[in-house]
Design a protein around this ligand. Structure first.
Ligand code: GLN
Length: 486
C-alpha cells in the first residue's frame, strides 16, 4: 500500500477492486498499532469496530451501494460522541463515558460507509494549542517527536500527517483545526459556523465550535466536508443551506473558481511575522494563477485574543457545569454531602487548563464584572466581524499566515498560558466572525511545516477550497511527508 495515500486514491483502489476494505483496514490498523506507542495520536483504537465496518463496506460495495468514502479509513477526534465506543474528550472527567448515541457528523460519515479506526487524542475539552493538555498524554509531531503537533485537534492532525489515516475529523473553536494542520503539514478546513452539525460534539464554546476535516490536500478535505456538512434539526444553530457546489463534490470534486479573484493581505498580520518569505511565495504563486493581491486592514484584529478568551471561557464555564459527578462521568469516592460530591468530582476530574478557563469564565460572567468583561468582549466581537464585512467589500478572499511560526518544542509554552494563547492570534479573529477558513502547507522552517490561511465570506468554502486546490496543483508542499514509516 502506498504510504500517505489520499482518500481519493484509496477510494479509486477500492472501486477498481485493487484491494478490499478489509485488506485496507488490516494495513492501517497495523500501522496505527505500531506507531501509537510513539505518537500517542489515538486515545482509543477500535479494531473490532473497524473490522466490522470494513466488512460492511465491502458488502455494500458488492451490492452496488458504495459512495466515495465507502471503505475509506478515518479517525474521529475524541470530542465526537460515538455509540458504544469510549468518548473521553481527553479528560479524566469522561474517562469512563460511553455515549448512548452517535454525533450527527459520525452518523453521516458512517452512513457514507467510512470506516472509523478509533478516537484521536486532543487537548482536554479542546482547550489548548499544543495537545499537551490531554489527560492521556501529549502527542508527537510526525515531523519531529520533540515538537508539538498543535492543538486542540493534535491527534487528528498527527495521525493524518504521519499517514496513519488519510482523513480525520477535528473541531475548531479558535484555530484547533487550522493550527494543527499547519504544524503537521496537512490541509484543514474550518467551515462557516453552522455549516456542520454540533449535535453530539462535546461543547466547549457553543457560539464558536465548528467541526471540519483534516486531510492531505484540499480535494480530500472537500470530499470529507461534503459528507459532514448539512442542516440538522438537532442543532439549533445549524444553517439550512443547500449549496449545489457542495452536493457535486463527491462526484465532480471541487469546482472551478468563478474567475480571477482579488485576495486581501492584512498588513498587520504580516508585520507580526519574523519571516514572511514563505507567504510572499504564496502570494507570487497566487498572482501567477491570475489573481490580484492587495493590502487590507483588519483594524480590530489585535483585540481578538482577549475578547475570545473572555467569550470562550464564559461559554465553557456554563457548558462544563454539567460535569458534576451526578449523571455521568467521574464521581469522587465516598461523597460526604452534595457540595462535597460536586467539589471533589470536579476538582479531580478536570485538568489545570480547563479549571483556569472555568474560573476566568465564571469571573467574567459574575455580577459586577459582566458588563466590564463579557459585554465588552461581545462588542469587540462585533467590531471584528464588521472589519471582515468591510474587507469583503474590496476582496474575495483573505490570505494570512495560519500561525506565528512552525511547531514549537514540547514544553516550551506550558508554563506561560498567555504566550500559548498568542499562538491563535491569526485564527481567532476568523472564529469570532464565524467565517470559513482553511490552512494549507506552504513551506518549511527548520525542517517543520508552515501553513497559509485562506479566509472566505460566510458559506463560501467553495472559493478557498478551489483556490487551495489550484495552489496545490502548482506546488508540492502538500505531497511532502515526514520520514516516519506508516
Ligand atoms: N487554542 C484555542 C484555545 O485554547 C483554540 C482551541 C480550539 O479551537 N478548540 O481555546
Amino acid at each position: 500500500m502506498q504510504p500517505y495515500a489520499t482518500a481519493r486514491r484509496l477510494s479509486a483502489g477500492l472501486a477498481a477492486n485493487e484491494f478490499s476494505a478489509a485488506e485496507l483496514i488490516d494495513h492501517y490498523l497495523s500501522a496505527i498499532n505500531a506507531a501509537n506507542p510513539r505518537s500517542n495520536a489515538f486515545i482509543t483504537i477500535n479494531e473490532a469496530g473497524a473490522r466490522a465496518a470494513a466488512a460492511a463496506a465491502d458488502e455494500a460495495r458488492r451490492q452496488g451501494h458504495a459512495t466515495a468514502l465507502t471503505g475509506v479509513p478515518m479517525a474521529h477526534k475524541d470530542i465526537f460522541c460515538t455509540q458504544g465506543v469510549l468518548t473521553t474528550c481527553a479528560s479524566h472527567m469522561l474517562h469512563n463515558f460511553v455515549a448512548p448515541y452517535d454525533a450527527t457528523v459520525v452518523q453521516q460519515l458512517q452512513n457514507a460507509g467510512a470506516v472509523c479506526v478509533g478516537k484521536a487524542n486532543m487537548d482536554e475539552f479542546a482547550m489548548g494549542s499544543s495537545n499537551e493538555n490531554s489527560a492521556y498524554g501529549a502527542v508527537a509531531n510526525p515531523w519531529s517527536a520533540a515538537h508539538v503537533p498543535g492543538g486542540s485537534s493534535g491527534g487528528s492532525a498527527a495521525a493524518v500527517g504521519a499517514g496513519l489515516v488519510p482523513l480525520a475529523t477535528g473541531t475548531d473553536t479558535g484555530g484547533s483545526i487550522r493550527q494543527p494542520a499547519a504544524f503537521c503539514g496537512i490541509t484543514g478546513l474550518k467551515p462557516t459556523y453552522g455549516r456542520v452539525s454540533r449535535y453530539g460534539m462535546i461543547a466547549f464554546a457553543s457560539s464558536l465550535d465548528q467541526g471540519g476535516p483534516l486531510a492531505h490536500d484540499a480535494e480530500d478535505a472537500a470530499l470529507m466536508f461534503s459528507y459532514m456538512a448539512g442542516f440538522d434539526e438537532k442543532d439549533s444553530t445549524s444553517a439550512d443551506r443547500h449549496d449545489a457546489w457542495l452536493a457535486q463534490i463527491p462526484e465532480h470534486g471541487i469546482g472551478d473558481l468563478p474567475g480571477n479573484l482579488t485576495i486581501g493581505l492584512p498588513t498587520s498580520f504580516f508585520a507580526a511575522l519574523d519571516d514572511t518569505s514563505h507567504l510572499d511565495q504564496v502570494r507570487r504563486e497566487l498572482e501567477g494563477l491570475g489573481h490580484t493581491c492587495v493590502d487590507i486592514t483588519l483594524p480590530n484584529a489585535d483585540a481578538a485574543i482577549p475578547a475570545y478568551y473572555v467569550i470562550a471561557g464564559a461559554e465553557a464555564s456554563t457548558n462544563l457545569s454539567r460535569y458534576d459527578g451526578v449523571r455521568f462521568g467521574h464521581r469522587c469516592e465516598n461523597p460526604q454531602s452534595l457540595e462535597d460530591l460536586y467539589e471533589r468530582s470536579r476538582s479531580e476530574g478536570f485538568g489545570e487548563e480547563v479549571k483556569r478557563r472555568i474560573l476566568t469564565g465564571t469571573y467574567a460572567l459574575s455580577v459586577g464584572y459582566f458588563d466590564a468583561y463579557y459585554v465588552k468582549a461581545q462588542k469587540v466581537r462585533r467590531l471584528i466581524s464588521n472589519d471582515f464585512i468591510s474587507a469583503f467589500k474590496q476582496v474575495d478572499v483573505i490570505l494570512t499566515p495560519t500561525a506565528p511560526g512552525p511547531a514549537f518544542e514540547a514544553g516550551a509554552l506550558t508554563k506561560d498560558p498567555v504566550a500559548m494563547y498568542q499562538q491563535d492570534k491569526f485564527t481567532v479573529p476568523v472564529s469570532l466572525a464565524g467565517l470559513p477558513a482553511l490552512s494549507m502547507p506552504c513551506g518549511f522552517a527548520e525542517g517543520l511545516p508552515l501553513g497559509a490561511q485562506l479566509i472566505a465570506p460566510a458559506f463560501r468554502e467553495d472559493l478557498i477550497l478551489a483556490l487551495a486546490r489550484d495552489f496545490q496543483r502548482q506546488t508540492d508542499w502538500h505531497t511532502q511527508h515526514p520520514q516516519v514509516a506508516s
